[in-house]
Design a protein around this ligand. Structure first.
Ligand SMILES: *Cc1c(COP(=O)(O)O)cnc(C)c1O
Length: 481
């Protein structure tokens, strides 16, 4: 059954590493023009110098799970272009919806004005999200969603007269974006350390991350045990804390560290007990990544599943087409801001492109694909195939762990398997794998020495086999001496 209209007969054989890789003059020209004027994100630009560690790869077009450069070389996008793409590049269905929207309304101020895609999208998000949400506030990227949730939580308590509540609790190893507020609650030293003097001071608490579990201990036991630290912190600081912010189930940018959903169930109870909000940052894990539409759904309670006070969504929301984010919250939060203007209680936060109609339309079509196609069922099959293909890597002399949650799988490379001592970061072993994979026509982008797969959902089992084969070769190469 061909679910997503990807014509695999068009896929050429994968190039062999020995094949000539000299880029054409056209391709070289785009790279040169880029490097003359641009400054790329999350990049030491020196790496792109002629004698640098990594070539810049200009891309001419995309097709399904593949990116195609100016010389027609194809790269399997095993990381969904920074975790955004769900149903393939140039997805015809989302593209057609956007073309229709382009002729109607590209943008309108969202204060005092409204539009059909924005309204419909909010209705649809509230319909599919865990029960208990009543309001949707739009932002235009993941970090802005985090800023909105943090400010709303703080402002909620202030509107209630609880002015001592000014701090946040976040998890060790968590990542919530790189604007100053979002970076404040991020605990990835690579991104945070330099800017620490500019940042707010949250309280970081031990993560339920199961990489740290004792030998023989189950994920559930380990994650539940880590609730003790959260309970102790709340007992001590709840009076001054607005909210606890977490990435449900997978701490992605912090190294694809994973934990058991029972932690979220316990955390929800603790937040209720101590009168503190729960912010779920599902920017990376939302929309089917972890096996359920939202990761919070796996955290069961007597009422069904955990509903946070704020749910932050972005990345896959538009299928990877356009920047957009949404913060879902409850009627209770909304009501604390609803008053006569003179009370000064309104949430006066805005971005110029708030609720952009094109982005909302792309999101609506993305959600329509979830409605019309058995996406989660198909992902289960693909995830099982990926798990089976990855299993042998666990025995590798430099692999400490192979872990997986739904359509996210990660391989933790170490120098010493017995002690789990990592390689020196300066050796940049992961980068060698990145380079090898590019040669072989696969886009992997290891997080340090954590190699991971987060493919678009239209990936085929053959493409999964290719990803794993190329990663395995890369790991062998990179761990040799
Ligand atoms: C990517 C990410 C963000 C930030 O989103 P941007 O759109 O890159 O600003 C925040 N939280 C999590 C969990 C993310 O993965």
């Amino acid at each position: 059954m061909r679910l997503f209209e990807v014509d695999h007969s068009k896929m050429p054989a994968t190039p062999k590493p020995s094949e000539s890789r000299v880029p054409s003059p056209e391709s070289r020209s785009w790279a040169a023009r880029d490097l003359a004027v641009l400054w790329h994100p999350c990049t030491q630009m020196r790496d792109h110098a002629p004698d640098g560690a990594l070539p810049l790869t200009p891309i001419a077009r995309g097709e399904g799970a593949w990116l195609i450069d100016h010389d027609g070389r194809r790269y399997l996008d095993a990381i969904s272009s920074w975790w955004t793409n769900l149903f393939g590049h140039a997805n015809p269905r989302i593209g057609a919806a956007l073309k229709d929207q382009l002729d109607r309304l590209e943008h309108v101020i969202f204060a005092g004005f409204s539009h059909e895609p924005g309204i419909r999208l909010a209705e649809e998000l509230l319909r599919i999200a865990p029960p208990g949400f009543a309001r949707v506030f739009y932002g235009d990227n993941g970090s802005s969603a985090i800023e909105i949730a943090l400010k709303m939580s703080f402002h909620y308590w202030r509107n209630l007269g609880r002015v001592r509540k000014q701090r946040f609790i976040a998890l060790a190893g968590g990542y919530h974006g790189e604007t100053l507020g979002a970076l404040s609650v991020t605990d990835v030293p690579l991104y945070r350390a330099t800017y620490a003097p500019l940042l707010g001071q949250p309280i970081f608490v031990d993560s339920p991350d199961c990489y740290a579990r004792a030998p023989g201990e189950t994920w559930e036991t380990h994650s539940l045990r880590r609730l003790d630290a959260m309970r102790a912190t709340l007992a001590r600081h709840a009076e001054e804390v607005c909210a606890v912010i977490v990435e449900p189930l997978v701490q992605c940018a912090g190294g694809m560290r994973m934990y058991h959903p029972a932690y979220l169930t316990g955390l929800r109870q603790l937040c209720d007990e101590y009168d503190v909000h729960l912010i779920a940052d599902e920017i990376a894990v939302g929309f089917g990544r972890t096996g359920t539409l939202f990761a919070c759904e796996q955290a069961r309670t007597d009422q069904g599943c955990v509903t946070p006070d704020f749910l932050c969504l972005s990345k896959g929301l538009t299928g990877g087409f356009l920047p957009l984010s949404a913060v879902l919250t409850t009627q209770g939060v909304y009501d604390a801001f609803y008053a006569e203007y003179a009370t000064g209680k309104a949430f006066l936060h805005s971005h110029s492109y708030t609720g952009n109609p094109l982005a909302c339309r792309a999101a609506l079509e993305t959600l329509a694909i979830f409605r019309d196609e058995p996406v989660l069922e198909r992902n289960r099959v693909l995830a099982a195939h990926l798990a089976q293909k990855l299993a042998p890597l666990a025995a590798h002399a430099h692999v400490a762990e192979v872990r997986q949650t739904g359509m996210i799988a990660a391989i933790e490379l170490v120098r010493d398997k017995a002690t789990r001592a990592p390689y020196a970061a300066a050796e940049r072993r992961g980068l060698r794998i990145y380079r090898h994979a590019l040669q072989r026509g696969v886009l992997l982008r290891p997080l340090g020495d954590v190699i991971y797969f987060m493919p678009p959902y239209i990936v085929t089992t053959e493409e999964i086999d290719l990803m794993v084969e190329v990663a395995t070769e890369g790991i062998d190469l990179a761990t040799r001496a």
